[in-house]
Ligand binder design. Structure first.
Ligand SMILES: Cc1cc2nc3c(=O)[nH]c(=O)nc-3n(C[C@H](O)[C@H](O)[C@H](O)COP(=O)(O)O)c2cc1C
Length: 188
């Protein structure tokens, strides 16, 4: 692994996207499950773990799948500003990625995503008859059996800025702000 101290701007950006892309394929990659933070409908912060489903450096886009009826989707429709936070202990890197989120609930991309998910164990997550977060009736109630219609929604995160923090194992910490304007060194 190259030492963080040797990573110049372009190399660092390439390394970050390489790790993000790996995380979409490798189940045990620490960046597979970032925290997605949104602005709640009551204007308070909201945050939850999600699975990173896509990373495209050319387009500057990350992708997450969710249930279109979940509260986060309503929040994102009201305010598309969001942040994805990634931490990797093996890399010793934290990423705070500021994004503008687009909600796709129909169309070719959603159909292709459902093709992929429908064959996996995760399919039932998107087939529940009741919306996520709804109270279950009864004290020991179980969720209803899956319905026929899926509620898979693709969240497309356009990356606006990346705050990269590398914790130095034997040396100083490093921090960079990466935007379309360039790479800026920050006090960690
Ligand atoms: C490891 C892990 C992975 C998760 N992945 C997703 C995901 O990819 N998409 C999703 O909508 N929720 C995912 N969840 C559930 C969310 O954290 C959250 O509980 C749910 O989406 C409801 O969030 P909301 O009420 O803020 O909309 C995951 C939870 C865990 C613990």
């Amino acid at each position: 692994m190259p030492t963080e101290a040797t990573l110049a701007g372009d190399t660092l950006i390439g390394r970050i996207w390489h790790e993000l892309e790996r995380a979409t394929r490798e189940r045990d990659h620490a960046w597979r499950t970032p925290v997605l933070a949104t602005v709640g409908s009551d204007h308070t912060p909201q945050a939850r773990t999600v699975v990173l489903r896509g990373a495209d450096q050319q387009r500057g886009e990350l992708r997450v799948f969710t249930d279109g009826r979940s509260p986060k989707v309503a929040e994102l429709r009201a305010s598309l500003q969001a942040v994805l936070v990634f931490w990797s202990a093996p890399l010793n890197w934290q990423l705070r990625v500021r994004v503008a989120m687009q909600v796709l609930d129909s169309g070719a991309e959603v159909a292709a995503a459902w093709e992929r998910i429908a064959r996996s164990a995760a399919a039932c997550d998107y087939l529940a008859p009741a919306a996520p977060g709804q109270p279950l009736p009864g004290s020991e109630a179980q969720a209803d059996a899956p319905g026929d219609a899926h509620h898979l929604t693709v969240l497309v995160a356009q990356v606006l800025a990346i705050d990269w923090l590398a914790l130095g194992r034997d040396g100083p910490h490093q921090r960079r702000r990466i935007t379309p304007g360039g790479v800026e060194h920050l006090v960690p």
